[in-house]
Write a protein that binds this ligand. Structure first.
Ligand SMILES: [Zn+2]
Ligand SMILES: [Zn+2]
Length: 208
């Protein structure tokens, strides 16, 4: 019998970012990022070198996909390096901040293309993306157990940017994108992912 994680085969949505999928996996299975890493990594991380979770080089996709019971291609869509949109140098620690479309965020959807600085607004909602938040991108600390609960709304929020993460953490549905929006997203993302984008177009790329 093969071991499976709790997951909904309707998820992820098309081009849903790795960040978004990770948060949902952690939440649905009540696990931390280091625990998930143990399950899906190709090999153990080198000590003292922080892993960049949003670059897919460390992931065994066959394993990750079988644990969730979905095709690996659907998980790969959430990583810019898999889409070959930009080369990511794996020796550097790249920590893109997370920007949200407020309307996608309410649907518990974060698109992989929001990590590209050339994308200033949500292509389907036409909402300006929020300022980039590096705290939000840090999956080792941003997990279901460490969220601040806002006293005014009871929602789980990022303590730095204040974004509500309730639709990613303890999401009522793991994929709340309807059919119309689904095909809009696929059409747009397919077109962008065949156009080359300079690596300088990544948001908040930093190395140390
Ligand atoms: Zn949107
Ligand atoms: Zn934040």
């Amino acid at each position: 019998m093969s071991y499976r994680l709790t997951w909904d085969s309707l998820a992820p949505a098309p081009y849903e970012s790795a960040w978004s999928v990770f948060l949902k996996v952690l939440s649905a299975n009540y696990m931390s990022m280091p625990e998930l890493e143990e399950l899906i990594q190709r090999e153990p991380a080198q000590r003292r070198v922080p892993r960049n979770h949003l670059d897919s080089g460390w992931i065994d996709f066959d394993r990750y996909a079988s644990l969730l019971g979905v095709a690996s291609e659907r998980l790969k869509e959430g990583f810019l390096d898999q889409l070959e949109i930009t080369p990511i140098n794996p020796t550097r620690q790249i920590r893109p901040g997370i920007r949200q479309c407020p309307r996608c965020c309410k649907l518990g959807y974060h698109c992989v293309l929001f990590d590209l600085s050339i994308i200033k607004e949500c292509p389907w909602h036409r909402c300006k993306l929020t300022e980039s938040c590096t705290h939000c991108s840090f999956l080792r600390t941003l997990n279901p157990f460490t969220q601040v609960i806002a006293w005014w709304s009871g929602e789980r929020i990022c303590p730095i940017c204040g974004t509500s993460l309730d639709r990613f953490i303890n999401a009522p549905r793991l994929n709340a994108i309807d059919e119309t929006l689904k095909y809009t997203i696929i059409g747009y993302c397919k077109e962008v992912s065949v156009r080359p984008v300079p690596s300088s177009a990544l948001v908040g790329v930093s190395s140390k």
